[in-house]
Write a protein that binds this ligand. Structure first.
Ligand code: 5GP
Length: 183
């Protein structure tokens, strides 16, 4: 096999744009305004779910400069096939600080079946925070198995596998500034 035929070395396919970088920036600014209004005068812990939420979290945090914000992260491993989770979730890296009596806003890339987020929210609630809310960049309502309330939502999307703006396929495409779909 020549080098060009090795799938690992193939250049990534260019995804078709579904949500532009401009539309993302506009939506994140509006989410920031809403969150800043709701948490005015309170200390807020933004909990990013690694790795997919990193780009969204970075933009969202900068959209609420008027709030007293702390950042923390949870890394989870969600078992299932390549494009769908099973609901069996393992915490692979935990928060660095306790969240008792803190206002926690979980920042997620996408709620698909809802199984991963249901597990994470239940787990965080056992730690006695003052409040726990969810901000998800994307939601695929057609795939929900465990409905969970999304307090702040970026976009509702159809049942397509999306990449970009933090979301990957086999660890690729996270650095795209837009949301795209692969063929
Ligand atoms: P759920 O438990 O809600 O089915 O799955 C949530 C996780 O599955 C997300 O955090 C994300 O990692 C992954 N996921 C679900 N749908 C997509 C998608 O369309 N694109 C990518 N890249 N990941 C997805």
């Amino acid at each position: 096999m020549s080098e060009g035929e090795n799938p690992v070395n193939n250049p990534p396919q260019k995804p078709q744009e579904l949500i532009s970088a401009e539309a993302i920036a506009d939506r994140v600014r509006k989410l920031g305004e809403e969150i800043a209004r709701d948490y005015q005068g309170k200390e807020l812990v933004l909990v990013g779910i690694l790795k997919g939420s990193v780009l969204f979290l970075a933009d969202l945090a900068r959209a609420i400069p008027q709030l007293d914000v702390r950042l923390d992260f949870l890394a989870v491993q969600s078992y299932g096939d390549a494009t769908s989770s099973s609901g069996v979730v393992q915490i692979t890296s935990d928060l660095t600080k306790p969240i008792d009596d803190k206002h926690v806003l979980v920042v997620e890339d996408i709620v698909d079946t809802g199984l991963t987020m249901d597990y994470i929210l239940d787990m965080l609630r056992t730690r006695h925070p003052a409040s726990v809310k969810l901000c998800s960049f994307l939601h695929k309502p057609s795939r929900v198995k465990k409905p969970c309330a999304i307090d702040y939502l970026g976009f509702t999307i159809p049942d397509r596998f999306v990449v970009g703006y933090g979301l990957d396929y086999a660890q690729r495409y996270r650095n795209l500034p837009y949301i795209g779909v692969l063929d």
